[in-house]
Design a protein around this ligand. Structure first.
Ligand code: UT7
Length: 334
């Protein structure tokens, strides 16, 4: 366990992607869509789909184990596990219970439900707990098996969503100016109906009728989500940069939630952050909700796009509607 108040460094990263690639050409054969529409309207060319024996927790375990290894630690060094997900293994228990068991851990462990902003929310929670000295090291994971909750016949969702997991190890004891410099979290619950899985909870318990009408699948009013997402992210990112005493020109890498390349472009244009400073992998993985930000961060780190001291702006938004912005300084600080 940790000692006194401390800054948090991002000590390690990991990711896991299922092997199976579902291409736009394959989707053309099963729903009324086409490659040109999907590429032009979303930027997606293919997405990964979990195999029958894979789950949100199995992908989280793989990404989490990779992050622990990347940090040069052993599972026993982890004091807290947070799994951000909107596609849990089961309603009960939390997916994090299966993840902790898979990693051989008995420390505190819980799920965080903030949809596509979930990973960013979890980084704020874990960093804050580290800063109090209550814990020393946290494993934060975003993992999704969205394909299990997507109607394969609904072209407004099945072309968008993909599966995968990304993870980070957050560690206290970093030098001054490291880790999470500023953040903003928000949620406008009046827009909750814009993205939902209507059935299977206490509001509308699962029944033969809810299954027959497909209410156990994601339903999304994409157009309205698009409009609100751009506005919320630009406002939240601007506020967070302000809190950190920075401007968009100071940012070395912008890591947005990968929902739609047009949303990413619109946000980048409004903030004044150029494409070469923006992490984009939606073409290969689609929208993986809570997994998209850690996947993009882990890829950027693996590609050498992040150096000690770099300033990173992270922004997420999703069902709720939630949003989250982080300004991070990469590395252990001095
Ligand atoms: O992860 C966080 C939350 N989610 C998001 O951020 C998603 C945000 N929204 C989006 O990414 C976009 O709104 C979508 C990609 C979901 C849809 O793109 P759009 O440009 O907003 O399309 P639209 O819903 O306005 O539909 C335009 C047309 C419609 O046809 P009509 O009515 O103009 O004849 C749709 O029926 O495109 C049609 N359409 C499609 N056509 C071919 C919708 N989906 C498809 C499809 N293939 N897959």
């Amino acid at each position: 366990m940790g000692g006194g108040a401390t800054a948090t460094a991002i000590a390690g990263w990991g990711m896991y992607l299922p092997e199976y690639r579902l291409t736009n050409a394959q989707l053309e054969r099963t729903v009324d869509t086409n490659d040109a529409w999907i590429v032009e309207r979303t930027g997606i060319r293919e997405r990964r789909i979990a195999a029958a024996d894979e789950t949100t927790s199995s992908m989280a375990i793989a990404a989490g184990a990779a992050a622990i290894k990347d940090a040069g630690l052993a599972p026993g060094d982890i004091d807290l596990v947070i799994v951000a997900t909107v596609s849990p293994d089961q309603i009960c228990p939390a997916t994090s219970a299966f993840v902790s068991d898979g990693l051989g851990l008995t420390c505190g462990s819980f799920d965080l439900g903030a949809a596509c902003a979930g990973f960013a929310y979890a980084v704020v929670v874990a960093s804050s707990m580290i800063a109090t000295g209550g814990i020393g090291t946290a494993l934060v994971i975003g993992s999704e098996a969205l394909s299990r909750f997507t109607d394969p016949g609904d072209r407004s969702t099945c072309v968008i969503f993909g599966d995968g997991a990304g993870a980070a190890v957050l560690r206290g004891g970093a030098g001054a100016g490291a880790g999470l410099l500023a953040w903003d979290l928000g949620c406008d619950g009046s827009a909750a109906a814009l993205i939902e899985v209507p059935a299977g909870g206490s509001r509308l318990p699962a029944s033969a009728a809810t299954v027959a009408s497909g209410q156990h699948y994601f339903q999304m009013q994409g157009n309205e989500v698009f409009r609100r997402a751009v506005r919320a992210v630009v406002e939240s990112a601007t506020l967070t940069l302000d809190k950190a005493g920075l401007t968009p020109a100071d940012i070395d890498l912008f890591v947005p939630h990968q929902a739609n390349v047009r949303i990413i472009d619109a946000i980048g244009n409004r903030l004044g952050i150029p494409p070469e400073k923006t992490a984009v992998n939606i073409d290969r993985y689609g929208n993986t909700s809570a997994a998209s930000i850690p996947l993009a961060l882990a890829e950027a780190a693996a590609e050498g796009r992040l150096e000690e001291g770099d300033l990173v702006l992270v922004s997420g938004f999703g069902a709720g509607m939630t949003w989250a912005s982080l300004v991070l300084r990469w590395g252990a600080g001095s």
